[in-house]
Design a protein around this ligand. Structure first.
Ligand SMILES: NC(=O)c1ccc[n+]([C@@H]2O[C@H](COP(=O)([O-])OP(=O)(O)OC[C@H]3O[C@@H](n4cnc5c(N)ncnc54)[C@H](OP(=O)(O)O)[C@@H]3O)[C@@H](O)[C@H]2O)c1
Length: 78
C-alpha cells in the first residue's frame, strides 16, 4: 500500500489532498496543528476504515516532528 504524510490537513489543499489520497486507497498520515479543531478531517478519518490517521504536527516544531517519526517507526516495526 502506498503511504503519504500530509501537513496542514485541517483545511485548504491539505484537507482536499487527504480526501483524494484516501479515496485512491492510500494510507494517509494526516497532520495538523490542532486536531481537536479539525471536524471535517476527523470525519474523513472516521469514515476511512483506518486508512487516514490524524496527528498533531506544527512543522516548525522539531520535538513534534521527531515524536511523530518515532511513533510511526514503532508502528512499522510491529
Ligand atoms: N490554494 C492555491 O491555489 C495554491 C496554489 C499554489 C500553492 N499554494 C500553496 O500551498 C499551501 C497550502 O495552500 P492552501 O490554499 O491550502 O492554504 P491555507 O488554506 O491557508 O492552509 C494552510 C495550511 O497550512 C497550515 N500551516 C501553516 N503553518 C503551519 C505549521 N507551522 N505547521 C503545520 N501546519 C501549518 C495551516 O494550519 P492552521 O489552520 O493551523 O493555520 C493550514 O492547514 C500554501 O503554502 C500555499 O501558498 C496554494
Amino acid at each position: 500500500m502506498s503511504t503519504i504524510l500530509i501537513s496542514g490537513t485541517n483545511r485548504g489543499l491539505g484537507l482536499e489532498l487527504t480526501r483524494q489520497y484516501a479515496n485512491d486507497g492510500w494510507r494517509v498520515y494526516a497532520c495538523c496543528r490542532e486536531p481537536a479543531k479539525a471536524p471535517e478531517l476527523t470525519s474523513i478519518a472516521a469514515a476511512s476504515g483506518g486508512l487516514v490517521t490524524v496527528h498533531a504536527l506544527d512543522t516548525s516544531n522539531a520535538e513534534q516532528r521527531q515524536a511523530l517519526a518515532a511513533e510511526n517507526n514503532s508502528e512499522y516495526e510491529q
